[in-house]
Design a binder for this molecule. Structure first.
Ligand code: ATP
Length: 480
């Protein structure tokens, strides 16, 4: 992970947020390479889930929203994590993460836990959580008990001097209006999903959608999280790609839809992003951690350097959200079946992914150390630059001019970079580190035969290609 974080900073993918002012915890800025990579992932997601499907439409709701939305959705009352502070070194962390990491790195804890705490003191519920190493759903008292009984030390200073576990709400309130108290209070959205539910009626009334159909939204969400580092895996401001797929439970089986969505998500990660399937797995939520209104929730997890972690959640949320908004806003959110006249308040399946986690995943998956180089084997479709164009020598005007002509032509089609710094070997290494799939070199022969050398990033093989065929050549490669 350290090597990836350092490459990301050095090569312009990800910088710590507000760095020149000492940094702002859990925020990051994307540099020139990261911006391209993020944009490519977002475009691919949108193309796959919206453009190529006739049953999906898009939405772009505002980031600041009415406080009643978040009261109705249950976020104001219940969108909270449990935190704990070390009284000795003042480190603050998520209590669930502290316990889960401890269990994962101390395999004997599971065996020891019944004897340590005694069958009476610890309930079946806690033991089951320990054995699955998932403590979400336990009360703050149960979490405190676990920290105490398992004798968990502070990962920072190794002392065992904890505060009790407390809950904190993740929503960011926003004071609206110029004079405090005048305009009331809103919230920065804690998820993009609620924007979809509150616009459900608008979308139905203004488009030709028919059940089953989905509304997709991609954009920023904000959560006041305590996070343990791990780059952009968990940040207070992040981008989500969420879909609410609406259906009539009398006409469609949620189980079948759920399975279909599982396959679609898997396909996107393995075929569109070309991530190795061996690094992926499904994890079914336990009864304790699943929201009370959800019938089934599964996470697609990726094997990050810090363990298998949630990448993409898939939940059957019934019609809980629409019901809540209908009850509290007093607006009719039902739709009428055009054939039978039946009123339907649709149910939803929700696939929700963090785009920044997709980005971190592809970086981790692509990072390859070879004997003489580090290569980011990103799929060409998402690589920041598709092609780098080099004049063999920077001080030969006719080579530079020809390279510039090729660059000017290719940049109409792809993100391309022109590079004449250092020697060719160094330029190759620099492009390998940012994942550029092809490098084009203009040499003295090019001036005679109008051909250039194209070097493949993964194989380092080179071939001569006529200059006039270059854009077709790369188009074909990108489509394959
Ligand atoms: P986690 O358990 O990791 O906190 P979650 O279950 O709260 O995630 P959801 O509310 O289901 O997450 O959000 C959907 C997706 O949004 C997650 O699968 C994850 O990819 C992404 N996500 C959630 N919180 C963050 C965050 N703080 N930073 C980056 N991505 C996030």
């Amino acid at each position: 992970m350290e090597k990836i974080v350092s490459l990301c900073k050095r090569r312009g993918f990800i910088y710590p947020g507000s760095e020149i002012y000492g940094g702002l915890a859990n925020t990051y800025d994307y540099g020139p390479m990261g911006t391209e990579l993020l944009r490519n992932i977002k475009n691919l997601w949108w193309k796959y889930f919206v453009q190529k499907r006739s049953d999906m439409v898009g939405l772009d709701a505002s980031l600041i929203s009415h406080h009643k939305i978040w009261e109705a959705s249950g976020h104001v009352a219940g969108f909270a994590d449990a935190m704990i502070d070390c009284k000795n070194c003042k480190a603050r962390m998520r209590a669930d993460h502290l316990i889960e990491n401890f269990i994962e790195t101390n395999a004997d804890v599971i065996a020891r836990s019944t004897t340590i705490v005694g069958d009476e003191a610890i309930s079946k519920k806690i033991l089951s959580a320990v054995s699955k190493s998932k403590v979400e759903g336990l009360s703050v008292e149960e979490l405190s008990l676990l920290v105490e009984k398992l004798k968990i030390p502070c990962p920072n200073c190794e002392k065992r001097n904890w505060t009790p576990v407390r809950k904190f709400n993740l929503l960011f309130p926003v004071q609206l209006g110029i004079v405090e108290g005048e305009g009331g209070m809103g919230y920065l959205r804690g998820e993009t999903a609620q924007g979809i539910f509150i616009n459900f009626r608008n979308v139905v009334d203004s488009t030709r959608v028919r059940l089953p159909f989905g509304i997709a939204q991609m954009g920023k969400s904000f959560r006041n999280e305590i996070t343990p580092g791990n780059s952009v895996f968990r940040t207070i401001e992040f981008e989500q790609g969420e879909i609410e797929y609406f259906f009539d439970p009398d006409n469609a089986s949620w189980n079948e839809l759920f399975e279909k969505w599982k396959n679609t998500m898997w396909d996107f990660v393995t075929r569109e992003l070309r991530v190795m399937a061996t690094n992926l797995r499904w994890r079914v939520h336990t009864n304790e951690e699943r929201s009370f209104y959800s019938e089934r929730t599964e996470d697609l997890e990726y094997k990050f350097p810090f363990g298998f972690k949630e990448l993409w959640g898939l939940a059957y949320r019934t019609n809980y959200d629409l019901t809540q908004h209908m009850n509290i806003s007093k607006k009719d959110l039902t739709i009428t079946d055009p054939h039978t006249g039946k009123k339907i308040l649709p149910h939803v399946i929700e696939p929700a992914v963090g785009i920044n986690r997709l980005l971190l995943m592809v970086l981790v998956d692509a990072y390859t150390e070879e004997e003489k180089r580090v290569v980011l084997k990103l799929h060409p479709r998402i690589a920041p630059y598709k092609v780098a164009v080099f004049p063999l020598l920077a001080n030969k005007e006719n080579l530079v001019e020809k390279a510039k002509e090729i660059y000017d032509d290719l940049k109409e089609h792809f993100m391309v970079v022109l590079d004449d710094r250092g020697n060719i070997g160094k330029r190759y290494l620099a492009q390998d580190e940012i994942g550029t799939p092809w490098c084009v070199t203009v040499d003295f022969d090019s001036l005679e035969d109008d051909m250039v050398t194209v070097r493949d990033r993964n194989t380092t093989q080179q071939e001569r290609v006529p200059i006039k065929n270059l854009s077709n050549y790369f188009h074909n490669k990108l489509d394959s």
